[in-house]
Design a binder for this molecule. Structure first.
Ligand code: 3HB
Length: 325
């Protein structure tokens, strides 16, 4: 009798211990950007909130600077379950879901605030719903980086100055076309390699944003900062499809809610930090030249003609964007 009771107690204790271990989940989150980037800070803040709201059931460890590989590799890891979450560029998604390219139409939005409205609008949200089936990861929300601009080692006063120049681009088709139409030599290069190649003259200029120019010190290697704000640069919060399948509806809501909140927080964040960083860059030797769509002349129409055919969803996005106040 006594022995049986002891066995029963042991079984219950073992069950409880196993239950606690199985339900405590340390989520690994990968990013291509360095720890100082706003995307990494948002990921850390999300992790803290998640830990608190789940009473310690969920915690998040971030792996910034491409420590786990490039974004294509991270996407594979999400599919197999080797990685739990990522804050990933929409640029990488275009390689799997070509419609995502439409988000990179030049002058689709005028600033990060409008980007927030458009990305939370019906068309962009519907695109998120395709991710589980088409990339094997669940898209829980959007954020954004600061607006795209160019940091060039050569004086840049007209679009013609870009002709024949080697311009670093994030490796994906819509931006490749944009620079090719401008007569530049598009040079695909992931973020992690950009500073060195600018320093050693492998490229003449870079397609980048204010945060990279300031925080990664690209300004040290530049002559002109062409502040064109020519594209938005969305980031997508992804959760491994494998992990998602094991989660309860309540836990899914918790994780998706925290991720969406901190990614969406980036829209307001950049309204503020973009300005602060611009002021700091203006204090350096780099000449800041502000330009609008007219700078690029006929190139914009050429780009639009090509991409409206490839990604018809662009027409819908343009309509929604035009309605934003
Ligand atoms: C990029 O220029 O490739 C890039 C910029 C970001 C974040 C991620 C990638 O601000």
């Amino acid at each position: 009798m006594k022995f049986n009771k002891l066995l029963a107690i042991l079984a219950v204790t073992a069950g409880l211990t196993a239950g606690a271990t199985a339900s405590a989940k340390e989520m690994r989150l990968g990013l291509i950007v360095p720890a100082s980037h706003e995307w990494s800070k948002a990921a850390v803040a999300m992790g803290e909130e998640l830990k608190q709201k789940s009473n310690g059931k969920y915690s998040v460890t971030i792996f910034p600077s491409g420590q786990l590989g490039n974004e294509a590799q991270m996407l594979q890891q999400l599919q197999t379950g080797a990685l739990d979450m990522a804050f990933m560029t929409a640029a990488e998604i275009t390689n799997r879901v070509p419609d995502y390219s439409a988000l990179f139409a030049p002058y689709l939005v005028k600033d990060v605030k409008q980007a927030g409205v458009l990305l939370n609008g019906p068309t962009a949200q519907k695109m998120l719903e395709r991710l589980p089936r088409e990339v094997g990861a669940v898209g829980v929300g959007y954020g954004v980086a600061s607006m795209r601009l160019m940091l060039n080692a050569f004086p840049t006063n007209a679009a013609a100055d870009l002709k024949g120049r080697k311009m670093r681009i994030t490796p994906f088709p819509p931006v490749r076309d944009f620079y090719q139409l401008l007569g530049a030599a598009s040079t695909p290069m992931p973020l992690t390699d950009v500073y060195d190649s600018l320093a050693n003259g492998q490229v003449d200029g870079v397609d980048a944003d204010m945060e990279l120019v300031y925080r990664m010190k690209f300004y040290e290697r530049g002559n002109t900062l062409l502040q064109s704000n020519h594209m938005m640069f969305p980031v997508v919060g992804l959760v491994s499809g494998r992990l998602w399948q094991t989660m309860s509806p309540a836990d899914r809501d918790l994780v998706a809610g925290a991720a969406r909140k901190h990614l969406n927080g980036l829209f307001d964040k950049y309204v503020q930090v973009e300005q602060e960083m611009e002021k700091s860059v203006q204090g350096t030797k780099v000449k800041v030249v502000k330009v609008g769509p007219e700078f690029f002349g006929n190139t914009l129409k050429q780009w639009e003609d090509i991409w409206l055919k490839r990604t018809p969803v662009l027409a819908e996005l343009r309509r929604e964007a035009a309605a934003i106040k």
